[in-house]
Design a protein around this ligand. Structure first.
Ligand code: ASP
Length: 453
């Protein structure tokens, strides 16, 4: 793609999508209304129009697809969605198993390993809870009238707590994979990773190198699919706007603000308070020492891409020991993603709110389902690669698990870059504060370096 960065191409794709979609929407909206409401439709009251909105949308969609541009748009958006779905299963399997096998090192490091694991889980859960509270309080998707062209989807989120627990364990792993039962696959992958750790080293070596290779291949394949995003997004957005009109994007503002608010609370309040509590250091000092890494994360939207700067800053800027940083930071860049976990949780609840506003038969998510989402958000954030948009690719898993149509991601793609920058910055800040807390507890931080920075 030459010298122009992917996110500019994605922006361009969005603009092309919005323009094409708007043109098609305007070209056919009157005809669609007339077909549904009869020729006197201009006298129809807003309420009548509202009641028939679904039918008008369907008619509009039929007309749009009947044109050759419409058919191409529909085809391209389906191809892009299929590619996203295609990669997610092996991606999750390999990256989760690899992530867990990294714990071997943690086992070797004993106490530090336990502290690191505890930090990752604690902060990710706090992030998810913050997201859950903020999205429930703000309710960014409630009452929105977003109609998305979706394939028929049965509305059946798991109901009771025990249903949720029981549905976690697949009877047949091949069937789970074939029916896209993501939870079953995740459950199996977690067990596989744990038992791989327990097998003797020489026996496990072959499997481990297969897993490493598989994870590397899937990472490359994911990057390839993401590189197709500009075209995929143009098609998805054109498809959505053609059916729902350009005003659909207005409904995204409250959502973007909700994610930003929840991330800001975690970044500026929770993590600094934890840092202060465990180390007594003034958080702003440490934040200043780490700021080049934080800004690199913000501008690249890639934890892995930022890792070099994070390690350099933690050592040279804040005086953390090599032993701590070389373990906590690389593992954190791929496993510990508070911002991503929070974002997954807010986004899926936003989509559920939007969906139930337009589909009254879709039951509100029960407490059991919300707990299920918390667990999935945590797992998905562990499995997500530290590259741009990985969190959105993984969103497919959660939507699928709670039976929400995947097509809603077409809306989210439009605003993903900016949210990705903010969540990656939060991911890195969590790794960095964790490294400081652990280094402090092990007495492996040169305070003179931190306080002179
Ligand atoms: N871009 C994020 C990261 O590298 C992952 C995500 O998409 O949430 O940390």
């Amino acid at each position: 793609m030459g010298k122009i960065k992917l996110h500019w191409w994605i922006m361009l794709g969005m603009v092309v999508g919005v323009v094409t979609g708007t043109l098609m929407n305007q070209a056919y909206i009157d005809e669609a209304r007339e077909t549904v409401l009869g020729s006197g439709y201009s006298e129809a009251t807003p309420q009548q129009l509202q009641e028939n909105a679904q039918n008008i949308n369907e008619e509009l969609r039929r007309r749009v697809i009947a044109t050759s541009v419409g058919a191409a748009i529909e085809g391209l958006s389906r191809i892009f969605m299929s590619l996203l779905k295609m990669i997610v299963l092996p991606l999750v399997f390999f990256s989760l198993v690899l992530g867990i096998s990294g714990m071997k090192e943690a086992k070797r490091l004993g106490r530090i390993g336990i502290k690191t694991g505890a930090w990752y889980v604690l902060t990710s859960l706090l992030a998810i809870i913050t997201g859950l509270l903020v999205v429930n309080l703000v309710g960014p998707g409630r009452g929105t009238e977003i109609q998305i062209p979706t394939q028929a989807q049965e509305a059946q989120p798991p109901q009771s707590f025990w249903d949720v627990i029981a549905s976690m364990i697949p009877e047949n792993i091949v069937e789970a994979a074939a029916t896209f039962d993501m939870f079953g696959v995740i459950f199996f992958s977690l067990l596989f990773g744990i038992f791989l750790l327990l097998v003797e080293e020489e026996v496990a070596a072959g499997m481990l190198s297969f897993i490493k290779g598989g994870a590397a291949v899937m990472m490359k394949m994911t990057q390839f699919v993401i590189s197709l995003a500009p075209v995929g997004i143009a098609a998805l957005i054109a498809n959505t706007v053609a059916t729902s009109g350009p005003s659909i994007f207005i409904s995204l503002f409250p959502y973007v603000l909700t994610v930003a608010l929840a991330l800001a609370i975690h970044f500026l309040v929770t993590l600094p308070l934890l840092l202060r509590f465990f180390t007594g250091y003034p958080p702003y000092r440490y934040m200043r020492a780490m700021s080049p890494a934080l800004w690199t994360a913000f501008s690249t939207a890639s934890s892995s891409g930022t890792l070099g700067v994070t390690m350099e800053r933690a050592r040279q800027g804040a005086g953390l020991s090599n032993r701590i940083t070389s373990f906590v930071l690389p593992l954190g860049a791929t496993v510990n993603m508070d911002g991503t976990a929070l974002y997954e949780c807010v986004t899926v609840l936003f989509i559920a709110q939007v969906h139930s506003s337009t589909h009254p038969d879709f039951p509100a998510l029960s407490l059991g389902s919300q707990l299920f989402i918390v667990f999935l958000a945590l797992t998905v954030s562990i499995g997500a690669a530290g590259i741009p948009h990985a969190g959105l690719v993984m969103m497919v898993i959660i939507l699928q698990a709670v039976h929400l149509p995947l097509e809603y991601t077409s809306l989210i793609w439009g605003v993903d870059r900016i949210l990705d920058m903010a969540r990656t910055m939060t991911n890195i800040w969590s790794d960095a504060t964790g490294a400081a807390v652990i280094a402090h507890s092990e007495n492996e931080i040169e305070e003179s370096v931190l306080f002179s920075s």
